[in-house]
Design a protein around this ligand. Structure first.
Ligand SMILES: C[S@@+](CC[C@H](N)C(=O)[O-])C[C@H]1O[C@@H](n2cnc3c(N)ncnc32)[C@H](O)[C@@H]1O
Length: 311
């Protein structure tokens, strides 16, 4: 099936009002997949700065089916957009014909089979891969959640988990995203694990991915929560606690991690930019952790630390 991709580039003295008015036209006329693409502030701590380029113009886009009625619908969109001139909003509409598959799956062409360590390989569902005898395969569909495994912060976490986690140990993933680190932990023989995220969608996507990877639901618990609110489900304290979140949040939760890690347990902290490394190390030392490794890749730092306190 073919769709018409309709894009409205707009300008206005009050850009927020302009955005609302143009979005309203798209939604009221029933366009599908409406996306707002406006210049945003730079990503926090550079997360995803290497992903898609940030927009330089204000645009709303959406899709209408390519059918007999699409010409009428298009002229309706154009007319309503012209009427916005009286509110000081100028809109320029352009269209492009696309295939349904092209629309739904366009991002997938950028996601390949990726070997993270000698053992662990990440395989998107739609790619072919012939696994070796010792390969551990993570099947992943990130959907709307962070965590394809190709980001250096995730890749460093996976490598550190592989080096740290022993079969039969317990694992906590703070900020689980797509659930990718929990799947790695399951492949490495974890006996029980918990994953939490503040984002409802992430918790849902993580659940789907754990199921796709056939992880036994008896061994894990997922929750939408912060660590300080995490209800004890009888799994903790944990042998290994991972948090791949931005440095500001890691700084805040180190005292909570202390409550959930076993004495002698390992914390793996990632998502830290170089400038924030020293503040994280200092906070760990203040909280009875011994830093055993600082790994760096480009501007990203991952830290491994052993908890030497009583918990
Ligand atoms: C960078 S992603 C990491 C995803 C995945 N663990 C990985 O390594 O690829 C960080 C995740 O942490 C979640 N998050 C942010 N702040 C949080 C908090 N205070 N507590 C728990 N999760 C949080 C976000 O919603 C996001 O899914």
């Amino acid at each position: 099936m073919k769709w018409i991709h309709v894009k409205a580039v707009f300008t206005g003295n009050d850009e927020q009002l302009a955005e609302e008015l143009v979005t309203d036209i798209f939604l009221s006329l029933g366009l599908k997949g409406v996306v707002c693409d406006v210049p945003l502030p730079p990503p926090v701590d550079g997360f995803a700065s290497d992903a898609l380029p940030r927009s330089t113009e204000n645009a709303i886009s959406g899709y209408i089916p390519d059918s007999d009625t699409s010409r009428n619908l298009l002229s309706n969109i154009k007319q309503k957009s012209t009427e916005l001139l009286s509110s000081g909003v100028t809109v320029n509409i352009t269209t492009q014909l696309v295939d349904q598959e092209e629309w739904a799956d366009s991002w997938k062409e950028f996601f390949f089979v990726t070997r993270i360590t000698d053992k662990i390989v990440i395989k998107p569902q739609w790619r072919e891969f012939e696994a070796g005898d010792d390969d551990l395969i993570i099947h992943i569909d990130p959907g709307m959640a962070f965590g394809t495994g190709t980001h250096p912060t995730t890749a460093m976490c996976i490598a550190m988990i592989e080096e740290t986690l022993k079969p039969g140990q317990t694992f906590l993933d703070v900020g689980t995203g797509s659930g990718i680190l929990m799947i790695a932990a399951a492949l490495l023989g974890v006996s029980a694990m918990a994953g939490i995220d503040t984002d409802e969608v992430a918790v849902q996507v993580a659940g789907d991915n754990l199921e796709k990877n056939k992880v036994d639901p008896q061994i894990y618990h997922l929750a939408q929560t912060t660590l300080d609110q995490y209800p004890d489900k009888g799994m903790g304290p944990f042998d290994v606690v991972v948090a791949n979140i931005i440095a500001e949040i890691i700084l805040e939760i180190i005292t909570d991690i202390k409550q959930w890690i076993k004495p002698g347990g390992t914390a793996i902290l990632s998502g830290i930019i170089t400038e924030k490394k020293d503040s994280i190390v200092a906070k760990l030392l203040e909280n009875e952790f011994t830093v055993t490794e600082v790994r760096e890749e480009g501007e990203w730092v991952a830290i491994c630390a052993i908890f030497s306190g009583k918990g």
